[in-house]
Write a protein that binds this ligand. Sequence first.
Ligand SMILES: [Zn+2]
Length: 196
Amino acid sequence: MDRKKFLVVTLLAAAGFFFGARTADAYVLETWQPPIKKLFLHFTEYNERPKTEVVVIHHAGFPEGDKDSSAEGIHKFHQDVNGWAGIGYHFVIRKDGTIEQGRKITAVGAHALHHNMNSIGICVAGNFEMASPTHEQMKSLKLLTAWLCQKYKLDPLEKGVIVGHKNLNDTDCPGKNLYKRLDEIRYWCRDFLKEN
Ligand SMILES: [Zn+2]
């Protein structure tokens, strides 16, 4: 820890002590977050997720090709076509790297059959059977995944913590060109969390 960071942590520890609520570490963990665009989508219903042990990575995977998708567009599709309460994913990462909020982060998602009660679903816009995620998407995906690991106290290198949808269900999702980079994401998160 450098001197500046040490001072900040010490000050936060003192503040935490005086306000009696939390430790410096807890304060730091709760305040660090990648930018997330909130869309205030309307859901017909949702249930609170009892636990969070897995981060599941998806692609949008539209068969007609590699294209950008918004959380709003997927929300409408999941409501109108699938008849769901709303978008099944908790996050959507656009081609330009913008992270959009889908389903409420505390809610049970609808993205990985039989695995929704303990997982968060991230959808990366595009079809990665035929194309590759953009540099901006990879950057946002790594940051978001690291933040989720920190928030839910998950070890990015533990087996079954950061997975592709195909690890859980019979599907090609998140596409071979993203799936092959999951280890890169796991190690990046481990290193990033060690330094921050
Ligand atoms: Zn999927």
